[in-house]
Design a protein around this ligand. Structure first.
Ligand SMILES: NC(=O)c1ccc[n+]([C@@H]2O[C@H](COP(=O)([O-])OP(=O)(O)OC[C@H]3O[C@@H](n4cnc5c(N)ncnc54)[C@H](O)[C@@H]3O)[C@@H](O)[C@H]2O)c1
Ligand SMILES: O=C(O)[C@H](O)[C@H](O)COP(=O)(O)O
Length: 385
């Protein structure tokens, strides 16, 4: 069996080597030529999978080690009896870590407390629901918007815990987008935040997008930021990646190269989920587990010797695991050296090893019960001693 695998997929040999010959290729370069005699295609989000890629190929299985599937023509696969698997939820914890790390950084820079803000979450799926749970457990007020879920669950707006995007825009201090890219239909998300809604955003609002770039009208956001400079933008995803809008990049307070989900844990979970899906497709059993492919964290524990204000302690622990400022600085540096598009992909290909909050054990004095609860609901492993 011949498998063509995106070269950016970690543990590719451990996860796919046992099935056959693994040919690695940068995801953006995988072409019909590479797939002519391939049986399986294992990708991440940067390889458009459609008729022009697959028409001449022998591929019978496509697996994307990502949650987003907007790069895959699933109708074409179904029509041609090509099996397909994605990795829902694999990197959701990492994205929530990214959001918390970003908001804690903004709070410090702008002199507010995250715990006092009202956060609106648009798209309450694997990422959004985990974000909602962590924020609410911290005591942050959260408003949630997910019309497809409200419809699926047969609940009316208001009573369901879901509310409209307009209400979020009206009431929230922070708006977090975690929607997939859907181009058509009643719940299309293409330019969900369009020029009109961007005009309505209140002075001082934070807009964070870690869903898909096309969910925001980038030109309209750029023009609001450039003309009024009264919003704070945290952008991990962009229109036209990797050739993103340089002016919008410069105007964002935190600008990162689509790495919100890039914890090692999240990427390896994605590889493992597609390994399991391929094994099932081939009627094989697999005993491979995350522990087989995921190393222990380099930083396993820290001790907080003094009682700190809760938000300072949160920020300290978050940064011990993941400092989002480094990702912002790295993109700016690489863009300066290589140009924005090349710098964007270089940052992604050479991404430093990042772990999830849960891999850090925070040791606290016995009397710090309240702080222990806060750190624990924020995602850390906490031990009182
Ligand atoms: N930046 C990153 O690194 C990164 C990482 C993971 C996921 N993502 C993106 O974020 C998206 C969400 O991830 P997820 O794992 O939570 O996916 P998910 O499919 O579990 O959840 C998406 C949610 O969005 C809701 N939704 C769909 N259309 C909507 C609309 N018009 N308005 C409001 N809500 C809507 C869905 O009902 C669903 O509940 C993914 O599709 C992917 O594109 C990005
Ligand atoms: O859809 C997803 O899972 C995320 O956007 C994921 O982080 C994308 O990773 P990439 O394909 O860009 O490596």
């Amino acid at each position: 069996m011949k498998l063509v695998v995106d070269a950016n997929i970690p543990a590719a040999d451990a996860c796919f080597g046992a099935f056959g010959e693994v040919i690695k290729c940068p995801g953006r370069e995988i072409s019909a030529e590479h797939l002519r005699d391939a049986d399986a295609l294992i990708i991440r989000s940067v390889t458009p999978v459609n008729a022009s890629l697959l028409a001449e190929s022998a591929v019978r299985f496509v697996g994307t080690c990502t949650i987003g599937i907007d790069h895959v023509d699933t109708h074409y696969l179904a029509e041609h009896d090509i099996a397909f698997a994605s990795a829902p939820g694999c990197n959701a914890e990492a994205v929530v870590d990214y959001v918390l790390a970003s908001l804690l950084t903004l709070a410090e820079r702008q002199g507010w407390r995250l715990l006092d803000r009202c956060v609106g979450i648009v798209g309450v799926g694997n990422v959004g629901s985990r974000l909602q749970a962590r924020l609410q457990a911290l005591g942050v007020e959260v408003l949630a918007c997910d019309p497809p879920r409200a419809e699926r669950e047969g609940v009316s707006e208001g009573k369901s815990g879901f509310t409209s995007l307009e209400t979020l825009i009206e009431h929230c201090d922070v708006l977090c987008l975690h929607t997939p890219l859907v181009s058509t239909g009643p719940h299309a998300t293409q330019h969900l935040l369009d020029a009109e809604r961007i005009t309505e955003l209140a002075h001082g609002m934070v807009v964070l997008n870690a869903g898909r770039g096309d969910c925001i009208d980038g030109l309209a956001l750029r023009s609001r930021l450039a003309s009024q400079n009264d919003l704070t933008a945290v952008l991990d995803v962009w229109e036209n990646e990797p050739a993103i809008d340089a002016a919008l990049h410069d105007l964002a307070m935190l600008a990162t190269p689509h790495i919100a989900g890039y914890s090692l844990d999240g990427k390896l979970r994605g590889s493992l989920m597609i390994h399991q899906a391929l094994a099932a497709h081939l009627d094989q059993t697999s005993e491979l587990t995350l522990d087989d492919i995921c190393p222990p964290p380099a930083l396993a524990s820290i001790t907080l010797q003094q009682a700190l204000p809760s938000e300072d302690a949160l920020r300290l622990c978050a940064r011990a695991v993941y400092d989002v400022r480094h990702d912002h600085e790295r993109l700016t540096r690489e863009a300066h050296a290589l140009g924005l598009a090349k710098g964007f992909d270089t940052c992604r290909a050479n991404y430093p090893l990042r772990r999830e909050f849960s891999t850090l054990t925070v040791r606290l004095r016995d009397e710090a019960q309240t702080l222990a609860t806060i750190l624990s609901v924020a995602g850390f492993t906490v031990v009182l001693a």
